[in-house]
Design a protein around this ligand. Structure first.
Ligand SMILES: *Cc1c(COP(=O)(O)O)cnc(C)c1O
Length: 432
């Protein structure tokens, strides 16, 4: 008699609610229908009454047609790979929005003719590293290495590389395998911890395409170690390709051990590759700098077309290079002295709401494959461990880290203007 299934309104009847009609126009039919079907299911199981189905579906609607949501990074890891690496600067976000529609990415508005693709971004890149004879942009640093290997050694010639630099980048992908899949032959030299100039010199022959220096950006080897720098290799008579990784364009005072593009070129590298979304603080991209003729060869290689970046990347990259300092480099040089004060203030406000919050000294890290040994003095709000999961489930999700049974919200990676958002998120998580 009281079977709740008999009172479940039909899907099309629910979808006729004006709020859901509007939602279909905003995020599309499939996502709205899924919210409705899920709400009907909850009513069938008795979790909600049938008359709440519309309300429940409206509440469950995703805000966007994409599942990617803005997240607050309170991990203390400046470049967090799982959180999309570098957040873009406001200038870059603006540029992406402007380029997202119809845009002049390959069109000269003055002449009405086809124009070189992404000229603005390439000019900005060249201006940022004036000593580079040529510059090019591909999808990411892995693509940059792939293109270099294909163009210079894909015919089976040899790439000489130190055994200490056979790096796994992440997610199981390894640079030696990436190079080998182009048809190039790897010629490993030296030992894991030590490599000498002679090791390289002995390995070079008429089949050598280039010597590759890969910055071990996500691990440290310490103790009895020796590596050979670009300047020591420059006299070997073959091109030196340097993968500097992090995308520092010039030396950084806080990161003395992190290689940079300008220095690698000055030391004699023929080509330098780097990521756009690490310490440069821009979009995912592979940046290539070097001798004009080599860069030209890369640009005209058939595979270049498969590795080329889209208008959104070009827009974000140009604005990153020309605009104000993006968040990642800004966080790196930002004052660390006020972090503990912010943590104290936040914690005391939260204690007033009855939450067990205390300020603690912590260490932040660059992360994301850069400056692996560098620890940055930082401060966090320490909360009971259960907050880690509760905050992730909030809106916006706040991602902290669990350390010794405490949930730490590290403020190095939180803009001071967002402290209020963090406080509100913690209060909301406390009552869930
Ligand atoms: C991060 C990194 C890569 C991979 O770069 P992606 O842009 O993620 O493809 C390659 N080499 C080094 C040294 C790196 O640090």
């Amino acid at each position: 008699m009281t079977d709740p299934r008999r009172h479940i309104p039909r899907t099309d009847a629910v979808l006729a609610d004006p709020r859901l009609v509007k939602a279909v126009a905003r995020i599309g039919y499939p996502l709205v229908k899924k919210a409705v079907v899920d709400a009907q299911q909850r009513a069938r199981t008795g979790e909600i009454p049938p008359e709440s189905i519309v309300e429940a579906a409206v509440d469950a609607l995703p805000r966007h047609a994409s599942g990617l949501r803005p997240v607050l990074n309170a991990t203390g890891i400046l470049v967090h790979t799982n959180l999309g690496r570098a957040p873009l600067s406001a200038a870059a976000v603006d540029a992406v929005a402007a380029a997202a529609g119809v845009t002049n990415v390959e069109f000269d508005l003055r002449t009405g003719q086809r124009a070189p693709r992404g000229r603005g971004a390439l000019e900005a890149l060249a201006a940022a590293v004036p000593t580079a004879g040529g510059v090019h942009v591909v999808n990411n640093n892995a693509a940059a290495l792939l293109l270099v290997a294909l163009a210079l050694a894909g015919d089976g010639r040899e790439i000489v590389i130190s055994r200490g630099e056979l790096v796994e980048i992440g997610d199981g992908f390894r640079i030696p395998e990436l190079l080998a899949c182009t048809g190039a032959k790897l010629r490993e030299v030296g030992a894991t911890n030590r490599c000498r100039p002679d090791d390289y010199a002995d390995a070079i022959n008429e089949r050598t395409a280039f010597v590759l220096k890969v910055h071990p950006s996500n691990f440290l080897v310490s103790g009895f170690t020796r590596e050979v720098g670009v300047s020591e290799l420059a006299g070997l008579g073959v091109p030196i390709v340097a993968d500097v990784g992090s995308g520092l364009l010039r030396p950084h005072p806080l990161l003395p051990d992190e290689p940079d593009v300008a220095t690698a070129l000055a030391e004699g590298a023929a080509l330098v590759t780097a990521s756009g979304d690490k310490l440069l603080g821009g979009p995912q991209a592979g940046l290539l700098f070097g001798a004009a003729d080599l860069v030209h060869r890369l640009r005209r290689h058939p595979a270049a077309r498969a590795l080329r970046v889209d208008k959104l990347t070009l827009a974000a990259l140009e604005a990153t290079l020309r605009g104000p300092l993006p968040p990642v480099p800004a966080m790196l040089i930002g004052s660390r002295s006020d972090l503990f004060g912010r943590a104290e203030k936040l914690a005391s406000e939260l204690r007033e709401s009855g939450i067990s919050a205390v300020p603690v000294q912590t260490e932040a890290a660059v992360g994301g494959g850069g400056a692996p040994g560098v620890r940055l003095p930082s401060a966090a709000v320490s909360l009971p461990a259960r907050f880690t999961a509760a905050l992730r489930a909030g809106e916006p999700p706040v991602v902290g880290r669990t350390d010794k049974d405490r949930c730490l919200l590290d403020l190095s990676t939180v803009d001071a203007a967002q402290d209020k958002v963090v406080a509100a998120a913690v209060r909301a998580a406390a009552v869930t």
